[in-house]
Design a protein around this ligand. Structure first.
Ligand SMILES: C[S@@+](CC[C@H](N)C(=O)[O-])C[C@H]1O[C@@H](n2cnc3c(N)ncnc32)[C@H](O)[C@@H]1O
Length: 293
């Protein structure tokens, strides 16, 4: 999908582009490569990814400005760097594979690590705080609301029972508990998808306030875009995609956006084979109509 994203974003020859989710800089590098006139502001919550991307993009010199920031604060960051409305904004939501593979981050049920899940390690709240601190009802609601986990009540009940024996602090211990709460053998995976997938996703989304940040980005985006500027969002979860779809539709009806993807674009079979994570990716793009006051 990176090529498709670039085509959408660069069609109007933007001078200023914001990559709200820099990650390891893959999309940013492509954008900088394809459009020599572009200056790019890259944001990420994760200082490690920001540092790695900074090294990878060093060759582009002062065409690149990087900030450790939440895209929920996009308007403030643009003011801080002295940029007015921009020609393109990209948000490739979620986490990068190196973050999942780093056991110390606690994002993977396959690698044992602390129940941390913070993208911004300067924040204090961790997944362990939620797992050990919420009531049974609050945990069940979190699992259901964030990732539509249908076994939320069974899982939260089992977590609260286990907590009586001591704190739950490890990813693998939680994954095993979730599997057994859902009636599955923790040692034998029945399908490609681990039974703890939705639980981990819900905790991660909650720790990092992912849906709240997405809503704040969508609220600010129209004022951050110049006329004809484009906003591209790649989501990996139906809850996120619904928020983007509804925001774009409502603003299209009120004349703020023109929708460039009536239905979300999805990754090709070739890309899915090379990168299985892209199977659930959905790209929506909107164009700002009219001038910003
Ligand atoms: C899917 S990866 C992006 C990959 C990137 N497009 C690339 O080509 O390498 C998502 C990145 O966004 C960051 N992130 C997630 N939520 C964020 C937020 N609210 N504000 C800023 N960065 C965020 C994550 O730390 C992660 O590095």
């Amino acid at each position: 999908m990176p090529e498709e994203v670039c085509t959408f974003l660069l069609e109007g020859n933007p001078r200023l582009v914001v990559d709200c989710t820099l990650g390891l800089g893959g999309h940013s590098r492509l954008i900088l490569e394809k459009s020599a006139g572009v200056r790019l502001l890259g944001l990420d919550l994760d200082e490690d990814n920001l540092r790695i991307a900074g090294q990878r993009l060093a060759g582009y010199g002062d065409r690149v400005v990087l900030r450790q920031a939440n895209f929920a604060d996009l308007s403030a960051v643009l003011r801080e760097v002295g940029w007015g409305p921009v020609g393109a904004i990209l948000a490739d939501l979620g986490v990068s594979s190196n973050q999942i593979e780093d056991a110390a981050r606690g994002l993977s049920f396959d690698r044992d690590g602390p129940l941390d899940m913070r993208l911004d390690r300067t924040q204090t709240l961790t997944a362990a705080d939620l797992v050990n601190g919420l009531s049974e009802g609050e945990l069940a609601d979190l699992l259901y609301m964030q990732s539509q986990e249908h076994g939320s009540r069974k899982i939260s009940k089992r977590i609260c029972q286990a907590r009586r024996q001591g704190r739950l602090d490890s990813t693998v211990a939680l994954a095993r508990l979730v599997a057994s709460a859902l009636g599955q053998d923790p040692d034998a995976r029945r399908s490609r998808i681990h039974p703890a997938t939705r639980t981990f996703m819900a905790l991660r989304m909650s720790v990092n306030r992912e849906l709240q940040s997405l809503r704040r980005l969508l609220e600010q985006a129209p004022d951050c875009l110049s006329a004809g500027g484009r906003l591209a969002i790649i989501s990996f979860h139906s809850g996120e995609d619904r928020i983007v779809k509804e925001d774009f539709r409502a603003r299209a009806q009120s004349g703020v956006y023109r929708l460039l993807t009536k239905k979300p674009a999805v990754a090709s079979e070739v890309e899915c084979a090379a990168n299985p994570r892209s199977r659930s990716a959905k790209l929506r793009v909107a164009e700002r109509v009219g001038a910003v006051a």
